[in-house]
Design a binder for this molecule. Structure first.
Ligand code: EPU
Length: 418
């Protein structure tokens, strides 16, 4: 298993480019199952979760052509409308093929995901949404079977709470359902908007993506399209924090500062200089002192749960006490225990972490428990005195493309060892 060895204490300086969004590319690949024609996607990041999704599509019967620039998916025939346990257990987002498969084939069989390191994460709202579109749902041997032999029918879905992949899954089902569908209490994340933009290019009729009510008018057929995935706002945010935590000066390029307002506001409040450089880059300068600033995670446009762990690493360097409240997932503080091994002063109290800053972090052996937790440990290691060895970095490979080369290019001392 690979490890990262990081020698901390070096301010990062220079330009650092952002890849395409993992959480946008996942539903985009699933959406390609909705048409017999090729769908060409630009800026799909080469990360493990995308490779898992690509394997799943091939299993289903699609052919894929992958090069540095883009992925072409051609699902002219569906051989097996199924997401097997072997793939779903390594990546929960595999359940994103449920909606497209029922919509296209009238049937889908998808393994239930099971446990997850950051919380329970059931898919009950995806299933309830499909039932509102007329699908029959049954469960046997750990699999969900959804069927709608006569095709899906438009309906009104009100999500009990906001779900990102749930909104995408139901949106992808509704585009081929007969008549009108209303999705209320929909997620407003940029990744949902990107999914809708791709579907519209494929011929779908959708209004309101990016608001909490999405209206879909079903069409009989979708066609092929070419689409570029939006920049990964979580990767961008991670690099912005990397610049700040090391007291560096970096321009994070190829990103969308307008997707990062919540993080930018918190960093500015903390006394860090953050300036947009046009529409596609942001410059971050650490000025020495970092003020403690509380954060509560929320659905977009609130502060993203996917940056909570990285923000906690930043607050270990603040001049005082901050409170971080996690409202989306019930168990997303595993990184706090590892940060404490590096000398951070953090107290956990249910959904809150109380971080007393200015603990001088020192390098230590730590273990990554999930994707964003690993990013938080990398950030802490960049700020720490001495050497940190991070074990189980396969978690970070799920969602960050070439992170060690991108960080090395701006001066980090980081290497991957077997
Ligand atoms: N939930 C339910 N039932 C459902 C669906 C969700 O109870 O049917 C609960 C979840 O357990 C959670 C909350 O609703 O407590 C919100 O979960 P959501 O469905 O929004 O999460 P997700 O769609 O499974 C996506 C991202 C996550 C990100 C969350 C929240 C993808 C592939 N994943 O997950 O990304 O944390 O939205 O923004 O888009 C990551 O990239 O590291 C990651 C975990």
């Amino acid at each position: 298993m690979d490890k990262f060895v990081i020698e901390g204490g070096k301010p990062l300086k220079g330009e650092i480019p952002v890849s395409g969004s993992k959480n946008s590319a996942l539903p985009a690949l699933a959406a390609a199952l909705l048409t017999e024609e090729p769908v060409i996607l630009g800026r799909v990041p080469r990360v493990r979760d995308l490779q898992t999704m690509e394997r799943l599509l091939v299993n289903i019967g699609a052919t894929l052509a992958v090069d540095e620039e883009r992925v072409t998916v051609h699902a002219n025939k569906i051989v097996s409308p199924e997401a097997p346990y072997e793939l779903v257990k390594t990546m929960r987002a595999s359940s994103l093929v449920l909606g497209p498969l029922v919509a296209r084939c009238g049937v889908a069989r998808v393994s239930l995901p099971g446990g997850c390191a950051i919380g329970a994460r059931p898919i009950d709202m995806h299933l309830a949404g499909l039932q509102h579109l007329g699908a029959e749902i049954s469960q046997e041997h750990g699999y969900i079977q959804a069927s709608a032999p006569g095709g899906l029918k438009g309906g009104r879905i009100v999500f009990d709470r906001i779900t990102v992949t749930g909104t995408e899954d139901i949106l992808m089902a509704a585009v081929l359902a007969e008549g009108e569908t209303l999705i209320e209490n929909a997620a407003r994340e940029p990744e949902v908007v990107d999914t809708a933009d791709l579907l519209k290019l494929m011929g779908a009729q959708i209004e309101g993506a990016g608001t909490s009510v999405i209206r879909v008018n079903g069409v009989k057929k979708l066609h092929g399209a070419t689409h570029e995935i939006i920049p990964d706002r979580i990767e961008a945010g991670t690099f912005m924090i990397a610049a700040a935590i090391t007291g560096g000066d970096c321009v994070v390029t190829h990103c969308r500062p307008d997707h990062l307002h919540a993080l930018i506001a918190k960093m500015q409040e903390a006394g860090i200089t953050v300036e947009s450089c046009g529409d596609t880059a942001v410059r971050v300068r650490g000025n020495g002192g970092i003020k403690p600033v509380d954060v509560t995670t929320e659905e977009y446009p609130g502060f993203p749960t996917d940056l909570q762990a990285q923000y906690m690493a930043l607050m270990t360097q603040a001049d005082g006490i901050s409170i971080i409240t996690e409202t989306i997932f019930e168990n997303r503080f595993m990184h706090a225990l590892e940060l404490m091994r590096m000398g951070a002063n953090i107290r956990l109290d249910g959904r809150q972490a109380i971080v007393a800053g200015r603990g001088n972090l020192t390098g230590a052996g730590v273990i990554a428990s999930d994707l964003r937790a690993s990013a938080s440990l990398v950030l802490a290691a960049l700020a720490a005195r001495g050497e940190t060895v991070i074990d189980r970095v396969y978690h970070i490979d799920r969602g960050y493309e070439k992170i060690e080369s991108k960080l090395s290019a701006v001066g980090a001392n980081i290497s991957r060892v077997d």
